[in-house]
Design a protein around this ligand. Structure first.
Ligand SMILES: [Zn+2]
Length: 294
């Protein structure tokens, strides 16, 4: 366990998975309990002018077919509503707002709101990307209150998550950070990559660090996890120690470097180095390193 908080790791939201197929019970509950409907378009939420919380309605929107039961929080029901482009534009005009990525608003959300936002985003994107069966190509139909797709030939589909590993590698008071070619200037972060088929999470960490930096690691320790539906990842975070310090780059990375802890603190203060956003697990890993050395 880590002493540094990771954003969006815990929530009081009860997903009530056993209720997803209980249509009548849900219908009854809707009559007696407060309901919240979160409109989502292309994974984005509606933000009104001068507000940094996403818009939530107490009325259903987008039709029953687009409704995804998220769960119950403080005795109140939460639903995600996947909107069509026409519905989204109409709502933007009505409310004088616009659909935006939650990245720029994430720090304003508490854990429960953050969870609702990430959960509704991930489910909305899954719905949009699974219009047709990946086995036979026929049209999918939504079931289980939005949590299952089934095609004309009975093939079932469930939301899939892509695990990715992310790791802070240290050697004494230095840590290993890198940047990709596509990133904005001066942005550095911890090394990360997707777990491949047939691979354990631990092996993926060893492989990714070696591929991106030529560094072999030891003393791998689990740090925590964070849902990251961009579009469907789960970040699994680790700390590790380097067995060597000879960096060699592969094509994927523009730069990988050892950063002395004090230099890193100074350069971040000056603005000559920019780290990942504060709500990311990469930021939690780096804060943990800065706090634990020296
Ligand atoms: Zn099928």
């Amino acid at each position: 366990m880590s002493s540094i908080d990771i954003y969006f790791t815990r929530t009081e939201l009860d997903r009530c998975a056993n209720m997803r197929d209980q249509k009548q019970r849900l219908k009854q509950l809707k009559k007696f309990k407060p309901c919240h409907y979160v409109p989502v378009f292309l994974g984005n939420h509606l933000y009104l002018k001068n507000e940094d919380h996403f818009y939530v309605s107490n009325q259903p929107m987008g039709g029953l077919k687009s409704e995804i039961f998220l769960g119950i929080l403080n005795e109140e029901l939460w639903f995600g509503c996947s909107l069509t482009e026409e519905e989204a534009r109409k709502l933007e005009r009505q409310k004088d707002g616009s659909f935006q990525s939650l990245r720029q608003y994430a720090l304003a959300l508490d854990d429960d709101q953050g969870h609702v936002a990430l959960y509704s985003r991930g489910m909305d994107l899954w719905h949009r990307h699974r219009l047709y069966c990946s086995i036979c190509g026929t049209k999918n139909k939504v079931e289980s209150s939005g949590h299952k797709m089934i095609c004309e030939n009975g093939h079932e589909h469930f939301p899939h998550i892509e695990p990715a590993v992310i790791v802070l590698v240290s050697k004494g008071n230095k840590c290993l950070l890198g940047r990709k070619h596509s990133w904005p200037p001066n942005v550095y972060s911890t090394l990360a990559g997707f777990v491949e088929a047939g691979e354990s999470i631990e092996d993926a960490v060893h492989r990714e660090v070696y591929e991106e930096s030529n560094i072999r690691i030891k003393n791998l320790k689990y740090f925590g996890s964070q849902p990251w539906p961009f579009p469907s990842s789960l970040m699994v975070a680790f700390k590790a120690e380097a067995r060597s310090d000879d960096i060699r780059l592969d094509d994927e990375m523009e730069d990988v470097r050892w950063f002395d802890r004090d230099d890193l603190i100074n350069w971040v203060k000056e603005g000559s180095i920019i780290l990942s956003p504060r709500f990311s697990v990469a930021s939690s890993l780096i804060s943990d390193f800065i706090g634990s050395v020296g």
